[in-house]
Design a protein around this ligand. Structure first.
Ligand SMILES: Cc1cc2nc3c(=O)[nH]c(=O)nc-3n(C[C@H](O)[C@H](O)[C@H](O)COP(=O)(O)OP(=O)(O)OC[C@H]3O[C@@H](n4cnc5c(N)ncnc54)[C@H](O)[C@@H]3O)c2cc1C
Length: 378
């Protein structure tokens, strides 16, 4: 049976300088509003993303030939955890830097790589993920959006839903049924679809806090050249599920509520009462454990291993942690949730959005199934 082996991460010598570089950038350009600092990896600020690109902090591990900086996975990890802990508005480039760039580098033809990867590293091209459709969320294999061949071209018809950032993205990597009449995991392919292609329509979905983060995306006879196919025709299921490891493994899966933890510590001051003191201690201890687990996953990725099971465990435990924080804070601190106080504003915001943390990137029940299989329990 496979288990979760944590390991002491060897932080590189460059880590201190990188942390200082990120802190200086955030201080100069970052987000000061505590509500915007919470769940910051969904908050888009294209100017901040470009600034990170100029500073060489995007596409950090990618080849120089494609605009990358050939640094290590652990150095990248240092940068992203600093950005998240500071609540920097990284939402515009997050998906492209985390998974679309690596996927293009691994599976893309030369034209796709040249067109998109250097622009992602400059913080100028943003991506969205087109997996979910009406009636196919967890049951991804029931995807119905179709790609039909017409001469050398592909013609796309259908609809995606819950597409985070489609309104700021320049391209989507979409999972599409490319073989007519195929069933389930067979006959699916991934395509790179420019968001300004004729026939692509993005309609906002406004969430219950009034924010616009995700969208419906419609494809009506969208014509793409043969080169828009990503990887191998018919191999879309395998490619998309491999991509999910990159999506689930990062520290964003336990740091979404970190801004509230920071506000709690600020609120506690030098002489907190016993219950607040206990809560701060508990949250710090859990964060430290999750950090060790999450960094261990990064170390495994850096060695070229595939820690899909560990990434899933960190996401599930991390989601529980970040969902619990607002409720725990509300239980020990008396506050007016409609008030202007920073602690109350972040608590109110997170109480509303945190239920979605365990849905995005795969629901808890689906993750538990993957973990059970990984542990040999089913
Ligand atoms: C904030 C947010 C951002 C998102 N961003 C994106 C995005 O950018 N791109 C994208 O493609 N999608 C995105 N999604 C969609 C997300 O991936 C789906 O919501 C998720 O996969 C669940 O699908 P569903 O909503 O159709 O729920 P369903 O699949 O209908 O599930 C409903 C409930 O049934 C449970 N369930 C379903 N099947 C099983 C099973 N076999 N066994 C046990 N329980 C089961 C689920 O766990 C869940 O609790 C986002 C969602 C959220 C909330």
């Amino acid at each position: 049976m496979q288990t979760f082996a944590t390991e002491a991460v060897d932080w590189p010598e460059s880590a201190t300088a990188l942390r200082e570089q990120v802190r200086a950038l955030v201080a100069e350009h970052g987000e000061r509003d505590p509500v915007r600092r919470a769940n910051c990896w969904t908050k888009a600020d294209p100017a901040f993303s470009r600034r990170l690109g100029e500073a060489g902090l995007l596409g950090m591990t990618w080849p120089r030939e494609y605009g990358g900086h050939e640094r290590s996975q652990i150095e990248r990890y240092v940068v992203i955890e600093e950005l998240l802990a500071a609540g920097a508005p990284v939402g515009a480039h997050w998906i492209a830097d985390r998974q679309s760039g690596p996927l293009l580098l691994r599976m893309g033809n030369e034209e796709l790589k040249r067109r998109w990867v250097p622009a992602i590293a400059r913080g100028e091209a943003f991506a969205c993920i087109g997996l979910s459709e009406p009636n196919s969320g967890s049951d991804l294999a029931s995807v119905r959006t179709s790609a039909r061949r017409d001469g050398d071209d592909w013609v796309i018809n259908g609809q995606k839903v819950w597409t985070t950032g489609a309104h700021v993205a320049h391209f989507m990597i979409a999972l599409i049924r490319s073989e007519p009449g195929s069933e389930r995991q067979q006959g699916l392919s991934q395509f790179v679809i420019p968001m300004d292609a004729p026939g692509v329509t993005v309609k906002p979905i406004i969430d219950l806090t009034g924010a616009h983060e995700f969208n419906e995306v419609f494809f009506e006879d969208v014509r793409l050249p043969a080169t828009a196919l990503l990887g191998e025709e018919g191999n879309g299921w395998k490619q998309a599920t491999a991509e999910l490891s990159l999506e689930r493994s990062g520290p964003e899966r336990y740091l979404s509520s970190m801004a509230l933890f920071t506000e709690l510590v600020r609120h506690a001051g030098k002489h907190p009462d016993q219950t607040v003191r206990e809560l701060v201690g508990r949250l710090a201890a859990e964060a430290w454990t999750l950090r060790l687990m999450s960094a261990s996953v990064a170390a495994k990725l850096a060695r070229g291993e595939d820690p899909a099971l560990e990434a899933t465990i960190v996401k599930d435990l991390g989601n529980s942690y970040e969902q619990a924080i607002p409720e725990l804070v509300q239980a020990v601190v008396e506050m007016d949730l409609n008030g202007e106080d920073a602690l109350a504003r972040v608590t109110a915001y997170l109480l509303q959005v945190s239920p979605s943390f365990s849905l995005r990137g795969g629901t808890r029940e689906i993750l538990k199934g993957i973990i059970a299989r990984g542990l040999g329990l089913r």
